[in-house]
Design a protein around this ligand. Structure first.
Ligand code: AVI
Length: 320
């Protein structure tokens, strides 16, 4: 069952408002306007992301789920029983039970910034795995997080599914990997989802679906600014754009101004010329050697990988 809910939320996150406001003003003041992708995930954005994961064009969730199902026996063999599974950004993960079923862990520690989400999913999981101690930790997993003392003596498995690491630039991704190498300690393992570089058409379709769900997800960022920061952005004058940046091997999402416009966000005035964009997300893709280098730079040694061929996606197991 759920043993104890730990809360490690720093001043910034207690006042989400303050950090959101600061990021929006800083981002809208740059020559290339940009807002960090983490601000997509308010209640509406999180629900839209769940819808994205069910789209036929959005292959990562399906591929990763299939990999976990198909290779359960291999995973059990490579990981072994008795580990404490620490999941980074657990959200409403439907993949977790597949992993827990496969490896018979000794404890489960979901780490997520969204307290309500975390509480609900921890309870559901505890119900499904009655003998398993669950220690939810409400925290920003990009910062060092103190883990519950009960799991100290256990060997750890970090679980970072969804290719969320791709939403960080390499420097930030490496910082995160190093933070968790230190926190999980010697003898730990990391199971991480990595989206592969593939043909442009498949990638663009995954981030610009014909049903317009990803467009709604992207545009919700502007609506959130209007709702929470008293903005008067004419959201109808923006369109969604997904492009493949081949130099940096990433999908970029932008919000494109379809006409010249002026708007304010809590009293501060901004201007955008027709065609100008707000860069709202990066989703980096990695070839096998890129992923290996990234992990090693982050202090982890890759030991096994399970690949889905079409569209390509990988689950990689690494050791401390
Ligand atoms: C959460 N993250 C891994 C998703 C991705 O694919 O980069 C977010 C997303 N953005 C648009 N569609 C999905």
């Amino acid at each position: 069952g759920v043993v104890r809910h730990l809360r490690q939320v720093d001043a910034d996150h207690a006042g989400v408002d303050v950090a959101f406001r600061a990021d929006v003003h800083a981002g809208l003041s740059q020559a290339q306007k940009a807002i960090p992708a983490r601000w997509f995930y308010d209640a509406t954005g999180s629900a839209l992301f769940e819808d994205i994961t069910a789209l036929p064009e959005y292959y990562p969730t399906r591929s990763e789920t299939d990999l976990l199902k198909r290779h359960a026996a291999d995973l059990a063999q490579a990981i072994g029983p008795g580990r404490a599974v620490v999941e980074l950004g657990s959200g409403s993960s439907t993949k977790t039970p597949l992993l827990l079923d496969a490896i018979s862990p000794a404890a489960y520690v979901p780490v997520d910034i969204s307290g309500d989400f975390l509480r609900d999913s921890a309870e559901q999981l505890a119900e499904r795995f009655p003998g398993l101690p669950v220690y939810p930790v409400e925290a920003d997993f990009t910062q060092p997080v103190p883990l519950p003392r009960e799991i100290c003596p256990l060997p750890k498995l970090g679980f970072f599914p969804g290719s969320t690491i791709g939403n960080m630039v390499a420097r930030t991704a490496i910082d995160l990997l190093r933070i968790w190498r230190k926190a999980l300690g010697d003898g730990s393992q990391l199971l991480i989802g990595i989206d592969r570089i593939k043909d442009r058409e498949t990638l663009i379709a995954a981030y610009d679906d014909p049903a317009g769900v990803t467009a709604a997800f992207n545009l919700n960022l502007l609506e959130r600014i209007n709702r929470e920061l008293g903005g008067d952005i004419a959201t109808a004058n923006f369109t969604h754009r997904a492009v493949w940046n081949d130099v940096n091997a990433r999908i970029e999402m932008h919000l494109v101004a379809e006409c010249d416009m002026d708007f304010t966000v809590d009293g501060r005035a901004y201007h955008m010329a027709k065609g100008e964009t707000i860069h709202s997300e990066n989703s980096h893709k990695y070839g096998p050697r890129d992923a290996s280098l990234l992990l090693r730079a982050g202090g982890w040694t890759p030991v096994a990988s399970w690949d889905d061929a079409d569209p390509a996606f990988a689950l990689i197991l690494a050791e401390a």
